[in-house]
Design a protein around this ligand. Structure first.
Ligand SMILES: [Zn+2]
Length: 120
């Protein structure tokens, strides 16, 4: 194991033989053992919601919400140094794609209505 100053010590030592401190770190740092990022960072919930809504689409309701949540999430991530900006961006992109398809379909429907109008 390591003392808090980073010296190698025997597992049975009570004090570090090099610097004499009585405090030790586990030989495997906690964050490596858990595979999680260093403490202080959490993933933004709105970023996750944005990505999920962007994927699930839900008849364009998801797309619109994904875009809104993504923009809010990016603002929150910038202010709070949270992680998830990639997910927020993906949500925004998916939202934009969804809305673009909605507009595309609307144009097709409108032109179809016009072209199949009264044609005696
Ligand atoms: Zn030491």
């Amino acid at each position: 194991m390591l003392c808090t100053n980073g010296h190698m010590c025997a597992d049975s030592s009570v004090f570090c033989p090099t610097c004499g401190v009585g405090t030790f770190l586990s030989s495997t740092p906690q964050y490596l053992a858990r595979g999680a990022p260093p403490m202080g960072t959490s993933t933004n919930g709105l970023a996750i919601a944005s990505l999920v809504l962007g994927i699930t689409w839900v008849y364009w309701i998801g797309s619109i919400l994904a875009l809104i949540f993504g923009l809010v999430a990016r603002k929150q991530i910038k202010q709070s140094a949270q992680s998830g900006s990639g997910m927020a961006t993906a949500g925004i992109v998916l939202g934009c794609v969804g809305i673009a398809t909605l507009l595309y379909f609307l144009i097709i429907v409108i032109t179809a209505i016009h072209s199949t109008g009264p044609s005696y």
